[in-house]
Each structure stands twice: as structure tokens, then as C-alpha cells.
Write a protein that binds this ligand. Sequence first.
Ligand code: BLA
Length: 517
Amino acid sequence: RARAEPVDPSLCEREPIHVPGSIQPNAVLLAADAGDLAILAHSTNVQDILADSTLSVAGLSLDAVLPAAFVDLIRARLASGTLDDGRSVRRVLTLPGRTTTYHTVAHAHAGRVIVELELAPDRPEDFGIASQIDSELAVGRLRAAGTLTGAARIAALEIRALTGFECVLVYRFDPDWNGEAIAEDKVADWSRALLGLRFPASDIPAQARALYTRAKSRFVIDRDCVPVPLVAAPSAGNGPVDLTFAQNRTLSPIHLEYQRNLGVDGSMSISIMVEGRLWGLMIGHHRRPHYVPPETRAAATVLTEAFAMRVQEIESRRLWAERQAHLDTEARLVRELTRSDDFVAALTAGSVTLLDLFGATGAGIVSGDRITLIGRTPPASCVGEIAAWLKGRLAPGEPGYSSDAFTAAFPAAAPHRETASGLLATFVDLSRENLLLWFRPEVASTVTWSGDPRKPVLIGSGPVAVLPRRSFERWVEERRGHATPWAEWQVSLAVSLARAVEGVVLRQRRKIDELTG
Ligand code: BLA
């Protein structure tokens, strides 16, 4: 019923997942005007929470439905501006005239106060083995982890013990928003393994990533549940309720189809934020429906934050050490430069050379007609062509050039993919007589995708235009012509070295002028 043809994956980005118009059935939702608290919309199961089931709630104030103390709390937090942007208030409430207790959470967003009243599902099998763990001990273990993978393994293990999911994965985005499962902790009898596999960016489309940057977690109890629609009081300006921050929002039906294809029923994803950016997701999978109570969800979010902080520490420590070593090398090169009359020799023939920077395997200097190469590089003739090409490619004043797929940008260098898949280059002077170059080799990588990344979607024949792929089989891609990418700071450092060289070149020129002049 679906044709395996390439479909524009940007279709996936157009689904407005923040206004699905429905919630998961274990909750009741009320959306009220953030000014006067008049109820403007509610889920169609609202009768479940009312003492008088014949009452119509549309137009009533929240005061008529919820305990006065809770509504006072909402008013106070609205007044102090501390109920929006992901903030909320939660209480366990017994409603007027009722005996059932509800986990109740309220937040403000887009001009509405949204109240969700949640009941634990009455099927004990859905509870799995969620258990108390000692969060302090878990955080201690995370803090002791010395490597990223080590920390990710501990996080997956602890969060699985806490939430009772059959599988917990740590999923990390790359700079192009593809992702990789870098840790996986799961029950022994689930043979499916996602560890180390790559997933294309379209699996988690842009609007979902934007939403996950704001709202930090999602829990689906039962993939196949029947969603409860929201109905709005018909009045002017009463648009669909924005559920960006709602805990019980129903997830995209396309994504639920994806979960079906993956064999997943109950699920979780918690945003891993590092330095304000969505670094990855803590993903939970269960083959049956799975309920995680609110306190446990909160604890899982806190543990995920602890993991994110550890990631930040480990990454910045590594970066700091690497930069420090490079600054030392640059200082030594500059010292050599100031002692020498020949900047080319100073950078290529001493005890430290350009090759000691950036993990390059080849480097060179083009100075007029003189081409000096060290390490593994394309032949001088090709480097000469590269220099000529860069003169046209780099606008005057544009300091540096870097590419991790250089032979694609400059096909004439294609025969030298093995030595020149990566190029970092910077002109020394405004006249662009002198050029410093660093080369990186091809990393002939095989990337193991989960399914063919060129075909992330199928054309649907039903109500949805696109469907997620069915197969998550290992799909091996041979990547040619790619080098390890250059970091931003490496380009800046190359440029700062070029400035130092420029000073020396000017001084040498003055000397020559004096001698000849
Ligand atoms: C959302 N896709 C997601 C989410 C995950 C994935 C984790 C977050 C929602 C959640 O909590 O479950 C994908 N799940 C994965 C990946 C792994 C995993 C990569 O376990 C690997 C370990 N998805 C598609 C296609 C479309 C698509 C083709 O594959 C669109 C046509 C859409 N995915 C899609 C949408 C969402 C999503 C729209 C947002 C769901 C929502 O929050 O409503």
C-alpha cells in the first residue's frame, strides 16, 4: 500500500505537531483564557472529572471545576510571570464532589492556561518494573565517568532502572542533525540492536527538534490508544490550543507508524541540552504499553540533565586541552619565525612545523612561484592549481578556507582524494602572494545506517501523504572523499598564525628593500 519511491522529506517538517487537537486518553485537559480563566476548550472526556456530569464547562471559569487553592496558585504564578516557558505547577488533587485523585499540572502558553488532570492507567501490566533508584548515587556515578561513552552507558543503565523501559538509548545528533545511538541498555530477550547505527535527520524533523528544544520530555503510554479530541468553545479568536508544553499531547501519527515499524509501543524521549543546543535525546522503548508516573518522569528528566552537564564538562575539558596544546605549538612557531629570515623554512624545516597543528597529515606553503610541501600532500603542480583557485574563491578580506570534502569542491584535485579530502588554507597577505595550507586524508568510512538513508519516507495512499520507512536493517554506506571536519577554532588559529607570518614577511621585505635600496 506504499510505494518505495523517494519522497521529499521536507513534507515531514510541515506537520504542525504543536497543535494536534487531541491528547492521550489517561488525561483530561482544560484550556482557559490566561486573563480571566474562562474555559475556552477542553478534551471531550471532561465529564470524567465533573461532580455534575450534565454540566457544560465551556465558558465556566476554572474556579468552577478545580479546588480554590489550586486556582489561587495559578493566579499567583500568572501574576508573577512564572507559569510560562516550560514552567508549571503540579499538585495531587481531589476534585470537588469526587473521590478520585488526579495528578494535576498547569502551565501557561500562548495566551492560555492549560490544566492537565492525569490518572494512572488501571492496568497494572503497564507499570513494568519502574523502581526507585538512588538518584544521588546515580549522579555520583555520572560525575565519575571520564569519557562520553562511559557517561552515556551509565545514564542509559540508570534511567532504564528508574523508568522500567525495556530499552533506553542515548541518541546523539551530528552537525547535520543525523543521529547515532551511542549507548543502549536493554532487556536480554530483545534481539533488536540499534547501538552504533546512524539515523537520517528526517527521522526527527526540524519542527520536532525545535519543539524538543523548548519542551523537554515526551511520554507515550500506549502507541495504539484512541486519542481524545479537544473541543473549543466557538468564539471569535479562539484558535486551536497550542500544546507545545502539554505533557499529554498526542504525538504525530507518522511518528507512531515509525514506532510500529520499529516494534515499539510505550515510549519516552527526553531532550539532552548542551550549551542551549539540542545535543541528543534520551530515548525509552517498550514492546507493550508502559506508564511512568509523574514523579518518576521528573526524576528521569533530572538525571538526563545531570548527564547533559557531564557531557558539557567532558567536551569542554577535551576542547580546552586540545586548544592549549595548539596555542603552545603556535607560540613555538612564532618564536621560530621571529628568529629566522626565511619564513618558509621556519614553518616547514624546524623542530616544530605546520604539521604539528590540527592533526593534519600534509601541509605546505605557496610563496609566489615557490611551493614547499611537507608530509603527505598532492604534488606541487596540483597545489599550485589549488592556490590559483583559492585566489578566485576567497573574497579579499575573507580570512580562511576550510572544507572536509575538498575534492567535491575542486574536482581537479579528485585524483588526490587520499591526501587532500580535507583542506584548510589561509592567505598570509593582502596581495595573496603567500598561502599556508593544511591537508587531511580521506577517512574511507563506512557509515552503518538503520535503513537506507536516501529513502527515509514512503508515499502513503491513505490520509497521510508520507509514511516512515519500514526497514531498519543495517544499511552500509561507503563514504568517499570525506575528511575529519575542521573545527571553527582551528580555522581562527590558522588565520592568527597567518597574521604573525605577515608581520615577518613585511619585515623581511623591508630588510631586502634596505639592502637593495
Ligand atoms: C519524532 N522520531 C521522533 C522522535 C524520535 C524519533 C525519538 C521523538 C518522539 C518520541 O518521543 O518518540 C526517531 N526513535 C527515533 C530514532 C531512534 C528512535 C531515530 O528510537 C533511534 C534510536 N519520522 C520519519 C519520517 C517522518 C517522521 C519519514 O521517519 C515524517 C514524514 C516524523 N518523527 C516525525 C515527527 C516527529 C518524530 C513528525 C514528532 C513527533 C511528535 O513529537 O509529535
